[in-house]
Design a protein around this ligand. Structure first.
Ligand code: ADP
Length: 242
């Protein structure tokens, strides 16, 4: 469903992402890990076509990000770190608005909106203004806007960051419910979250791929925490930055 091939991005002299090659199958939920500055956001921005790669490419849901960016965007639901809500809109109206922007016809958009309100647990706040929502509900609305058009690929950038434990449990449950029907990339700093919801793990450091494999395989002999620390340490030891 996603094939990245030597995907690279430079900002001036900074190699933010360097020759990233990986493959993600249909229905997988992938934990995308790496220390701050590793290149996760840059990679997600390239996959969602918001940023062009300097070199390399990626195929998302059968479309090349360089030659078919619009098809790629239609195939992806993206929740950036800060959900793109309109404060002055009511939750139901906002989701409906996004559904229409994403190309759903009127009746389809209405049905999809109601489905999202149900699936994302938004019934109690559907009439509230987006500006009145707690952080947990803002994240849920963020997920609803990302998946309302039922894209095959969903990319979530730290969806549980800053939430309280109850909200975290609920969002993780929601993400678990997406697997099999969707391919999900989940960027997170929380390793237990990966153990709980992901089937595959990709770790990058200094813009390079350091680990990629199934969660079961990677945690056969060592904990994910040890794997992560090892991966990040060995990368810096080789001085791969430049
Ligand atoms: P992560 O999401 O893993 O924290 P980023 O993709 O945000 O990492 O950043 C990767 C590297 O690229 C960092 O060294 C960061 O400082 C640099 N970087 C990110 N965005 C820009 C930009 N717009 N201009 C210059 N450098 C950038």
């Amino acid at each position: 469903m996603i094939e990245a091939n030597e995907l690279s991005k430079r900002y001036g002299n900074t190699r933010a992402v360097s020759k990233l090659t990986f493959s993600i199958g249909h229905g997988e939920v992938v934990g995308f890990l790496g220390p701050n500055g590793a290149g996760k956001t840059t990679t997600m921005r390239m996959l969602t076509t918001f940023l062009p790669p300097t070199q390399g490419s990626a195929i998302v849901a059968g479309f090349d990000i360089r030659t078919h960016p619009e098809d790629v965007r239609r195939s992806i639901g993206y929740l950036p770190e800060t959900p793109p809500l309109y404060p002055e809109m009511r939750v139901r109206d906002y989701i409906l608005f996004v559904a229409k922007i994403k190309g759903l016809a009127k009746v389809q958009a209405k049905n999809a909106t109601e489905e999202m309100i149900e699936q994302c647990g938004l019934s109690d706040v559907a009439r509230k203004l987006c500006s009145e929502l707690s952080k947990g509900y803002r994240q849920r609305v963020g997920i609803a806007q990302a998946i309302v058009h039922k894209p095959p690929v969903i990319i979530l950038d730290e969806p549980t960051s800053g939430l309280d434990p109850k909200q975290i449990i609920e969002i993780r449950r929601l993400i678990r419910g997406l697997r099999e029907k969707h391919t999900v990339i989940l960027s997170t700093h929380t390793l237990p979250e990966v153990s709980e919801v992901c089937s595959k793990v990709i770790i990058i450091a200094h813009g390079r791929l350091v680990v990629s494999g199934s969660l079961t395989e990677l945690t056969k002999e060592k904990s994910l925490e040890d794997r992560f620390l090892e991966a990040v340490a060995s990368d810096s030891a080789f001085g791969l930055r430049e």
